[in-house]
Design a protein. Structure first.
Length: 362
């Protein structure tokens, strides 16, 4: 199958669609920890999380110092990264989120195809980037204070309906990280969703790293998101770390890969499609089948932060194109690969070209 050609053939359709997402937002300070330094201009960095972890562990009981090289300040958050990926492909988008308050912070310089609507001050994160992933340390004091009442005071229910009414995909992100988001998404389900008239839409959910949430909270969130299925086909996207937390909550025995835990999550939650995307593959269990695809790993990533969000962008672009689930996984992995490789969001045409590496391969 020529995945690149079928995606390319749907360019006009994809770019006629509309996506809305809510409700997070972060300002990221990207840093790299220094392993060795020769002089003021030359140093080496810890290449992997393991090597950095070994250094930190070695300091137990005796203290120490690790130099950080500040690389840049950038916008962050699941919603802004995801929406910016789709907007760069030519999709019309609205991002309702914690983008600065009362005005949008200029750092949220989203693509011109995206309408930015702010409801709160953002969170602030230090991002430690490595060749094999990232460690995020965040200050969520202000964004974590955002409640449903705050949200509808700053953006009325009627405005929320307006921002989400025409969306072909409604995307909800970062349930895990922010303490009031469960109530926000519960109220969005009960207050906003019934008011939306458009029927031909999909709902995509990325709950983010859920390791700090209790098993009871995680189960409640899965059940709540499953209830969204009464309004539209619903999709849940997880990276491997998130899937392993889900496994510890819902399953017994050792973690045995993406498909077994995806089956359990789908059955427990009632969510129509569960997607799990480790860095080197992706898998989905959906109504009527399941599929797993081996990915192509970027050996020298330029930027890992936002890689999972851009997988979501690519997968959802496949949904907008009307592709089957396997093809959506390929478009997700290609979009993520290109983002990590180039350190930025990419155009529809560039993603089509890169997708050629999957043609006749899977």
């Amino acid at each position: 199958m020529k995945y690149s050609q079928q995606f390319k053939d749907k360019k006009e359709l994809v770019q006629s669609k509309f996506v809305s997402a809510g409700f997070d937002g972060f300002i990221d300070y990207v840093v790299k920890p220094v392993k060795t330094r020769a002089d003021e201009s030359n140093c080496t960095y810890f290449p992997t999380i393991d090597t950095f972890g070994e250094k930190v562990t070695s300091l137990a009981g005796r203290s120490g110092n690790i130099e950080l090289v500040f690389e840049k300040t950038d916008f962050g958050g699941c919603g802004p990264h995801y929406i910016n990926g789709l907007a760069n492909m030519g999709v019309n988008c609205t991002c309702v989120g914690a983008l600065g308050y009362p005005e949008v912070n200029p750092i949220f310089d989203l693509h011109k195809n995206c309408k930015a609507v702010t409801v709160s001050e953002p969170g602030y994160s230090y991002l430690f980037e490595f060749d094999d992933g990232k460690i995020i340390m965040s200050n969520i004091k202000e964004i974590s204070q955002l409640t449903w009442n705050d949200l509808i005071e700053r953006v009325s229910v009627e405005q929320l309906v307006e921002y989400f009414e025409n969306a072909d995909i409604i995307t909800l992100v970062n349930w895990s990280y922010l303490v009031h988001f469960h109530k926000i998404y519960e109220n969005f389900l009960e207050v906003v969703m019934p008011k939306l008239k458009k029927k031909d839409r999909k709902i995509y959910i990325d709950i983010a790293d859920c390791a700090k949430r209790s098993p009871e909270e995680i189960k409640a969130a899965l059940k709540m998101f499953g209830r969204y299925s009464q309004y539209a086909p619903t999709y849940l996207g997880l990276n491997q770390s998130e899937a392993m937390v889900m496994h510890s909550v819902l399953c017994e025995g050792e973690y045995e890969g993406s498909l077994p835990v995806a089956r359990v999550i789908k059955e427990f939650s009632g969510i129509g499609t569960v997607i799990i995307h480790p860095v080197d593959s992706s898998a989905a269990v959906y109504d009527g089948g399941e599929v797993e695809v081996q990915g192509i790993l970027c050996e020298k990533p330029k930027k890992t932060t936002g890689g999972g969000d851009n997988f979501n962008s690519g997968f959802c672009a496949g949904l907008l194109a009307g592709l089957d689930i396997k093809s959506c996984l390929v478009s997700g992995m290609t979009t993520s690969y290109l983002y990590v490789k180039n350190g930025k969001c990419n155009s529809f045409d560039d993603i089509c070209k890169a997708m050629e590496m999957y043609d006749d391969r899977v």
